[in-house]
Design a protein around this ligand. Sequence first.
Ligand code: NAP
Ligand code: GCO
Length: 268
Amino acid sequence: MGDFLQKFSLEGKVALVTGASYGIGFAIATAYAQCGATIVFNDINQALVDKGLAAYAEKGIKAHGYVCDVTNEEDVQKFVAQVTEEVGPIDILVNNAGIIKRIPMVEMSAKDFRQVIDVDLNGPFIVTKAVLPSMMERRKGKIINICSMMSELGRETVSAYAAAKGGLKMLTKNIASEYGAYNIQCNGIGPGYIATPQTAPLREIQPDGSRHPFDQFIVAKTPAERWGNAEDLQGPAVFLASEASDFVNGLILYVDGGILAYIGKQPG
Ligand code: NAP
Ligand code: GCO
């Protein structure tokens, strides 16, 4: 078993996980560190980067944290050059940074719509474009885009987010198509409903002490009958970052407890 498990090792690899001070990105980066990778992450301000560095240190991980807004192409180009100089060329990129605005479309401003598209779709394009040349030169690289249930499904109030995550699914397939010949694999992870700050509003306990209606809805829609946690994504993320997935390209791996497979319970 020993030699085969080596295929899942990330020893000697430099992994950049965007927006990874906490939440899903933090969990993925932590797993990568435990598999031997050197961790690089960014966030949009120094306070968050410092918070992330402290959180990694608490787990015995010496991470490299940088302030960088993934929507700013000039900043990202400088950031990637600085990482390459200070840490080394990036072997694994996880485009994790993301936001959501839950507003009915008819009430949503074009500015708000654009901001979600900017972070969740333009951001992965900008960061991937900055990292690809070095991967092409070294003829090796792993790119993992954090997609969503909303890459496949819609629901009320998340039009911008669904448009962005649907676009990110197709960007993933296009990167896979365009750069597969360089031995670069680009895949996506589509988390189900995961208990992180991003979904905290959907799980708030109601004034009468009952669970949020959306919380009850999602648990009923999930065959596993629970919310996911960020740690549920670690194994799939390690697989897609390791040589164990060298012939997997353009896949969106849904880690959703079965939501996408399930028509739902009969009412009553
Ligand atoms: P989260 O808790 O809100 O964390 C998102 C991270 O991205 C935060 O650290 C955030 O920093 C950072 N970020 C936001 N805008 C940024 C920018 N312009 N540049 C750099 N960093 C930025 O979200 P999460 O639940 O961990 O989700 C992480 C990813 O998984 C997102 O792409 C999300 O869409 C996706 N996802 C989440 C779920 C879920 O159920 N939680 C399910 C499917 C997919 P700030 O704190 O400063 O905003
Ligand atoms: C929402 C949630 C979802 C999750 C996730 C599901 O409001 O519906 O935030 O969008 O974040 O993307 O996969």
